[in-house]
Write a protein that binds this ligand. Structure first.
Ligand code: AMP
Length: 594
C-alpha cells in the first residue's frame, strides 16, 4: 500500500490516519504518474479553452495533444499577453483567454512597466490552491510528531486591494485566499490551529493586525509549537515589531486590557475573548526577556515549545537565514511549498531539511508544466516535459493554466535535484533578472538604472554626474533597505551637492521604483528608507582591479549592478565619504497608474 511507503520514509514513528492517509495517497498517485497526469491536464485545458479567442488564433483545430499544442502555440511573456489582460481588466467578458469567467486578478509581485502584473484566475482555482495546502500538514506530520497538541503562531496579513476599470477585484493571491470562505470557514483541524483569530489576520491596517497577532502569540506562548510567516522577511518583521512594542504589549497583558491603538471593532470583539484577565507573571516575564540588549535565541525563550520555523528561506529569502538562526537559536526552518500568483506549483517532501537542500516536487495536477533549458531562447530549443527533465540541469519554468495562460514564462530558474517516485524535484535557483529584493519587491537592472538616471537629474546643472553605481540589499537591520553606492564626478569641487540635494536624490530613486517597492515602503513599512553611500573617486576602479585579481577578464569586465560578496561590500564601505537617506515616503496608492 502506498501510504505505507510514506510512513516508511518517515523518520518518526508515525502511522498516518484519516485525512492524512488520503492526502499521502494522493501525493503517491500524482508522483507515480507524472506524465499521465500532465497529458490529462493539457487535454482538459485545451478542450475547455478551444473556443477562446487566444487559442483559436493558432488553429489547433480541436487537437488537444501536447505535440500539436507545442508546435502551434508560442511561448510568451507577460508583455505579450498584456493587450488581452487589459481588455479583460477593462470589462470585456468574451472568451478571450479562458472559457470560464475570469473572477478576479491576482496581483503578482512581479511587475511590468512599474505596476504589478495582473494574473487572471477562475473560481475553481481556489480549490486547486486549497488542495495543495491540504497536502502540507500530512507531509509535515511524517517528520514532526505531535503538532496536534498545540498551536501555530503565523503572522499572516491581507494587503490593499483595488478594482480594475471593468470591476474585477485585483489583489495578491494570499489576500484573496485569506478572504475566501475556504479560509474563513475552514473546518476545525487539530493540526492547524492558529493563535491569530481571523479578525486579526483580515484587518487591513497592518499595524493593528501585527499588534493583535503578536499579543495572541504572547498570551498563548506555551501552546505555540511552530512559528511562521509566508516569507522569512515577514517573521523578522514580527521580531522587529516586538522589539519596538514589547512594553505596550506587556502593559496590555499586565492590565488585561487592549491598547487604545486597536480601533478595529472586529479585532476588539475577538480579543475580548482572548485577553480576558490581567496576567502579571506573564507581563514580568516578557519584560525580563525583552529588556535585555541581547536578543539571541529570543524565539525559543518566549516560545519554548517551538519545534520549527515555518518560513520560506529559499531564493531571495536565503539572505535572512543567519538572522533567523540568531533569533531562534538554530531551530529548523521548514520551506513547505513553492507557489505563485500564476499557479501553485508544488511541495517540499522533506520539509525538515537544511535550507540549502530544499527541493520542491511539482504536483502535476496543478497546471501543465514545460521546461526551457536555461539560457536558451524558445525558438532555439525544444521545451522539455515535466517527466523528462534531467538531474543537474537548470530550466526556466513555463506554464499553461486552466485560467488561460498558455506557455507562459514564469521567470523562475529551477534546477533538478532528483526524483520523488517519477516526479522531478527542483531546487529554486533564482528569479531571472532580479537585482534587489528585501521582501516581495523585485527590482531589476533596468529599473535601478532608470531610478539612478532620474535621481541624478537633481544633481543640477553644476556638472556633477554619477559616473558609476552599484547596489546592495541591506538586510541586517529590520526592516531592510536598499543601499546604492554612487561614485560622483564633481566638476566644481567648491560646490559638491548639498546633503539636502542628496537626500532628495534618495527619495527620487524611491519614486522611480516599482509599485511593489513603494507599497512595501508606504503601506507595509517592510522596507526602510533608501540610502545612497557616496564613495571616494577611484573606488570603482579598485573594484575592477579586485575582480581582475580574482580572474575576471579585463575586456569583458562590467561593473556589477548589485553586490553581496562581503570583501566587495567591505571595500566599498571603507571608501564611503558620505551617506544619505530618503527623508520621506514615496507616493503609493492601491490604484494602478494605468
Ligand atoms: P507572486 O507572483 O508575487 O506570487 O510571487 C511568486 C514568486 O515568488 C515565484 O515565481 C518565485 O519567484 C517566488 N517564490 C514563491 N515560492 C517560493 C519558494 N518556495 N522559494 C523561492 N521563491 C519562491
Amino acid at each position: 500500500m502506498t501510504v505505507v511507503d510514506s510512513a516508511l520514509r518517515s523518520p518518526v514513528n508515525y502511522s498516518p490516519s484519516g485525512k492524512d492517509v488520503k492526502a499521502l495517497r494522493f501525493i503517491e498517485e500524482m508522483t507515480r504518474n507524472v506524465d499521465f497526469v500532465q497529458k490529462k491536464v493539457i487535454r482538459e485545458i485545451l478542450s475547455r479553452n478551444s473556443e477562446t479567442e487566444y487559442l483559436k488564433r493558432f488553429g489547433l483545430k480541436g487537437f488537444t495533444d501536447r505535440k500539436t499544442f507545442k508546435s502551434k502555440v508560442p511561448v510568451v511573456t507577460y508583455d505579450d499577453l498584456k493587450p488581452e489582460i487589459q481588455r479583460i481588466a477593462n470589462g470585456d467578458r468574451s472568451m478571450i483567454l479562458s472559457s470560464h469567467p475570469i473572477t478576479e486578478f491576482l496581483t503578482s509581485s512581479g511587475t511590468s512597466a512599474g505596476e504589478r502584473k495582473l494574473m487572471p484566475t477562475i473560481d475553481e482555482d481556489m480549490d486547486r490552491r486549497q488542495l495543495l495546502y491540504s497536502l502540507l500538514m500530512p507531509v509535515m506530520n511524517l517528520y514532526v510528531p505531535g503538532l496536534d497538541k498545540g498551536k501555530a503562531l503565523y503572522f499572516l496579513f491581507v494587503k490593499a486591494e483595488s478594482k480594475t476599470p471593468g470591476g474585477l477585484p485585483a489583489r495578491p493571491v494570499l489576500t484573496s485566499y485569506y478572504k475566501s470562505e475556504q479560509f474563513k470557514r475552514r473546518p476545525y483541524d487539530p493540526y492547524n490551529v492558529y493563535t491569530s483569530p481571523n479578525e486579526a489576520i483580515l484587518c487591513p491596517d497592518s499595524s493593528q493586525s501585527m499588534y493583535s497577532q503578536m499579543l495572541c502569540g504572547l498570551l498563548m506562548r506555551h501552546e505555540v509549537l511552530r512559528l511562521g510567516a509566508v516569507f522569512a522577511s515577514g517573521l523578522l518583521r514580527a521580531i522587529g515589531f516586538l522589539q519596538t512594542n514589547w512594553k505596550e504589549l506587556a502593559d496590555d497583558i499586565s492590565t488585561g486590557t487592549l491598547s487604545s491603538r486597536i480601533s478595529d471593532p472586529a479585532i476588539k470583539e475577538s480579543m475580548s475573548k482572548i485577553l480576558t484577565k490581567p496576567d502579571q507573571e506573564l507581563a514580568d516575564f516578557i519584560t525580563s526577556v525583552c529588556c535585555q540588549d541581547n536578543w539571541e535565541g529570543i524565539i525559543t525563550k518566549i516560545w519554548p515549545n517551538t519545534k520549527y520555523l515555518d518560513v520560506i528561506v529559499t531564493g531571495a529569502m536565503a539572505q535572512y537565514i543567519p538572522m533567523l538562526e540568531y533569533y531562534s537559536g538554530g531551530l529548523p526552518m521548514a520551506c513547505t511549498m513553492y507557489a505563485s500568483s500564476e499557479s501553485y506549483f508544488g511541495i517540499n517532501m522533506k520539509p525538515i531539511c537544511k535550507p540549502s537542500e530544499v527541493s520542491y516536487t511539482i504536483m502535476p495536477n496543478m497546471a501543465y508544466f514545460e521546461f526551457l533549458p536555461h539560457e536558451v531562447e524558445p525558438e532555439q530549443s525544444e521545451l522539455v516535459e515535466l517527466a523528462d527533465v534531467e538531474v543537474g540541469k537548470e530550466y526556466e519554468l513555463v506554464i499553461t493554466t486552466y485560467a488561460g495562460l498558455n506557455r507562459y514564462r514564469v521567470g523562475d530558474i529551477l534546477q533538478v535535484t532528483g526524483f520523488y517516485n517519477s516526479a522531478p524535484q527542483f531546487k529554486f535557483v533564482r528569479r531571472k533578472n532580479i537585482l534587489l529584493s528585501i521582501e516581495s519587491d523585485k527590482t531589476d537592472e533596468a529599473e535601478l538604472q532608470k531610478a539612478v538616471e532620474n535621481a541624478s537629474v537633481l544633481l543640477g546643472e553644476k556638472g556633477t554626474r554619477v559616473i558609476e553605481y552599484t547596489s546592495y540589499a541591506e538586510t541586517k537591520t529590520i526592516p531592510g533597505h536598499y543601499v546604492i553606492y554612487w561614485e560622483l564626478l564633481v566638476k566644481d569641487q567648491t560646490k559638491p551637492p548639498s546633503d539636502e540635494v542628496m537626500a532628495q536624490c534618495c527619495l527620487e530613486m524611491e519614486e522611480s521604483l516599482n509599485s511593489v517597492y513603494r507599497q512595501s515602503r508606504v503601506a507595509d513599512k517592510s522596507i526602510g528608507p533608501l540610502e545612497i553611500r557616496v564613495v571616494k573617486n577611484g573606488t570603482f576602479e579598485e573594484l575592477m582591479d579586485y575582480a581582475i585579481s580574482r580572474g575576471a577578464s579585463i575586456n569583458q569586465y562590467k561593473v556589477p549592478r548589485c553586490v553581496s560578496f562581503t570583501p566587495i561590500t567591505e571595500l566599498l564601505d571603507s571608501r564611503v565619504v558620505s551617506t544619505h537617506f530618503s527623508p520621506a515616503l514615496p507616493h503609493w496608492s492601491p490604484e494602478r497608474r494605468r
